[in-house]
Design a binder for this molecule. Structure first.
Ligand code: SAM
Length: 319
C-alpha cells in the first residue's frame, strides 16, 4: 500500500516536472532503471550515428572524406557504424550522403540487423520495411547477393524507401506494396526481420509529442497487431532459421510479452545478443519464460541510443 502510494506520488511529481502523461511515467517507474537520469536524457538530442554503406565505399575512405570536412567521429561496437560527435553541417547535407556512402541510422537499429546474422546468397524477408534503413543494411551484409523481399503497405513510405535503395546502390531487393498480414505465396525464408510498427515510446527524445500523445489503449492495439505479425513471421521462416523481432517501444506488452507468447505457442527459443540491457523477467502479474531475458532493451541513458527492443528468435528444427 505504502509502495503504491509512493509510486503514485513520484510518478505525478516526475510527470509534472518533465511534461509526461502520469500513467506513462508510472509504468516507467516499474521497469526503467535510474528513472530521473532516463527522463533527463530524454530531454537531450539523441546521439547521432551513421552507418557506412560498404556497397559503395570503405570505412577508411568515408572517414577521410568526413574528417577533412571537419566532422568528428567515434567508433562504436559495430565496425560499420560511427557516432557523429561533431558535425560542421547536417549529416544529411553532404555530397557523401547524396552519393549513398552512408545512412543516418541509430546504433540500436543497426544492432537489430547484426542480430539477424544475414549471409551472402540467403533469402531474407523484411516484413515492415520502409523507409529501408534495415533493408539497406541487410543488403550490404549480403554484399548485394541473394534476395531480400521487403513488404510495406504504406505507399507514401514506399517512395522514400525506393529512393533510399537507389541512393545506396541496393540491387538484391524486391519491394512489395502489401501488408505482411495479407502476403501469401512468398514461401519460406532463411531470415525474417520484423521491425514492428509500435507505440514509438523509445523515440520521445526525437519527438516530444510522444510524452502525451498515446494512451494505454494504443499500447494494447499495437500489441495485438504485433502478435499477429509475429505469428506471420514464424509462418514465413524456415525450420532452424532466425527471426529478429524489434520495436522502438519500452512497453513490456509490445516486447517481452509478445516474445513470451511465441515461445509458449510455437516452441521458439530466444538467443543471446551481445549488447544492450537484459530484458524483463516480469511485468505486473506476468512472469515471462526464462529464455525471454536473452532479448535486449536499449535505453538512451545507458546505451546512448534511442529506446529499442531486440529479440533474436530461433525457429525449432522440424522433423
Ligand atoms: N524497418 C524500417 C527501417 O528500418 O527503416 C522501419 C519500419 S517502421 C518501425 C514500421 C513499418 O511497418 C512502417 O513503415 C509501417 O508502415 C509498416 N507497417 C504497418 N503495418 C504493417 C503491416 N501490416 N505489414 C507490414 N508493414 C506494416
Amino acid at each position: 500500500m505504502t509502495l503504491l502510494f509512493d509510486r503514485s506520488f513520484r510518478s505525478s511529481a516526475l510527470a509534472n516536472k518533465y511534461g509526461y502523461n502520469e500513467w506513462l511515467v508510472g509504468r516507467f517507474l516499474q521497469y526503467v532503471p535510474d528513472i530521473e537520469r532516463f527522463l533527463q536524457k530524454m530531454e537531450q538530442a539523441p546521439a547521432q550515428y551513421i552507418r557506412i554503406n560498404t556497397l559503395k565505399t570503405s570505412r577508411n575512405e568515408l572517414e577521410r572524406r568526413l574528417l577533412s570536412k571537419g566532422f568528428e567521429l567515434r567508433e562504436t561496437v559495430l565496425p560499420e557504424v560511427l557516432q557523429v560527435v561533431r558535425a560542421p553541417m547536417t549529416a544529411g547535407a553532404t555530397n557523401e550522403y547524396l552519393l549513398g556512402y552512408y545512412y543516418i541510422q541509430d546504433l540500436s537499429s543497426c544492432i537489430a540487423v547484426d542480430a539477424l546474422d544475414a549471409h551472402e546468397g540467403q533469402l531474407i524477408l523484411d516484413m515492415a520495411a520502409a523507409p529501408g534503413g534495415k533493408t539497406t543494411h541487410i543488403a550490404q551484409r549480403m554484399q548485394n547477393t541473394g534476395s531480400i523481399v521487403a513488404l510495406e503497405p504504406n505507399p507514401k513510405r514506399l517512395r522514400s524507401m525506393s529512393f533510399n535503395l537507389d541512393r545506396l546502390g541496393v540491387a538484391n531487393t524486391c519491394i512489395l506494396n502489401t501488408s505482411a498480414l495479407s502476403a501469401t505465396g512468398l514461401g519460406k525464408f532463411d531470415r525474417v526481420l520484423l521491425d514492428a510498427p509500435c507505440s514509438c515510446e523509445g523515440v520521445i527524445a526525437k519527438d516530444k509529442t510522444r510524452k502525451t500523445s498515446h494512451s494505454p489503449e494504443d499500447v494494447d492495439y499495437c500489441a495485438s497487431r504485433q502478435e499477429l505479425l509475429l505469428d506471420a513471421a514464424i509462418g514465413f521462416c524456415k525450420s532452424g532459421g532466425i527471426i529478429v523481432y524489434s520495436t522502438c517501444s519500452f512497453a513490456p506488452e509490445e516486447n517481452e510479452a509478445i516474445v513470451d507468447r511465441a515461445i509458449r505457442k510455437f516452441g521458439v527459443s530466444i538467443e543471446p545478443i551481445l549488447y544492450g540491457t537484459e530484458a524483463l523477467s516480469r511485468f505486473g502479474d506476468n512472469e515471462y519464460e526464462k529464455n525471454v531475458q536473452n532479448a535486449r532493451r536499449f535505453y538512451p541513458h545507458i546505451d546512448n541510443t534511442t529506446g529499442f527492443f531486440i529479440a533474436r528468435i530461433r525457429m525449432p528444427i522440424s522433423s
